[in-house]
Design a protein around this ligand. Structure first.
Ligand code: SF4
Length: 237
């Protein structure tokens, strides 16, 4: 069985974002990403300088750790990263589902995989202009078409991102859409905990609510990053 690069496995905690916000979850964070967003809050799982901290694990080893953390109760497993889509998580999903675990995954939609259809929810989070990355919409559409159980999540930092989010919503009008303000004080990659501008986080959330409702754009669900409100930049919660 091939091995996966795993940056960390932690939980149970609550899912802090998007469609499954508040749901008790064990996180499996994959190491490695094909993007390098300017405001990435998970650089310890992206930057190859931290590769030595990533553990090669096969599906059995990962599920053994997930099972230990959940006390054997099958709960939701969130595959995050980095970009988990650059590795093959199909065997892990099959193994976990056989024991009753549910799987959600977040990816930017830069790599399409057939096994997306095995997920309970695929969270597609295309990165807005402030990230410095450019979305390949052809590949993104392949990701959208890979499963029926999918939602869109867009992180917004400024007016340009907001206008871009409206264009993306027009491209994919049938997908449930979640908007959230970005964390403009992301942790340094080597920090277990780091200062955060909580007032700024909250005022940016208020700005996004006012902006969206002021435009009478009622389709999106507008959420904060719940884990940031509760734990700030602390890692592994
Ligand atoms: S896609 Fe996600 S994990 Fe990768 S660099 Fe961007 S924010 Fe970080």
């Amino acid at each position: 069985m091939s091995r996966l690069r795993i940056a960390e496995i932690f939980g149970p905690t609550i899912q802090g974002e998007g469609a499954v916000i508040g749901v008790p979850t064990v996180f499996v964070r994959a190491g490695g990403c094909d993007y390098r967003c300017s405001w990435c809050d998970s650089l310890h799982a992206v930057d190859s300088a931290f590769r030595h901290e990533w553990t090669p694990m096969d599906a059995d080893q990962i599920m053994a750790e997930v099972t230990r953390l959940s006390g054997g109760t099958p709960i939701t497993v969130s595959l995050s990263g980095g970009n988990p889509a650059i590795q093959d998580f199909a065997p892990l999903i099959a193994l976990g589902k056989a024991d009753g675990y549910g799987f959600v995954m977040e990816t930017q939609g830069s790599v399409a995989r057939e096994w997306f259809d095995a997920l309970d929810t695929l969270i597609l989070s295309p990165k807005p202009p402030s990230s410095g990355e450019v979305v390949d919409w052809e590949i993104f559409a392949e990701c959208v078409n890979a499963t029926t159980r999918k939602v869109l999540k867009i992180v917004i930092f400024d007016e340009t991102d907001y206008a871009w989010a409206r264009e993306v919503a027009d491209r994919f009008p049938d997908l449930p859409l979640y908007l959230q303000p970005g964390n403009h004080t992301p942790p340094p990659p080597d920090a277990e905990d780091a200062e955060i501008d909580m007032d700024g986080i909250i005022s940016r959330y208020e700005w996004l609510i006012d902006k969206t409702l002021g435009d009478r754009w009622y389709a999106p669900t507008i959420l904060p990053q719940l884990h940031v409100l509760v734990w700030g930049n602390k890692r592994g919660v």
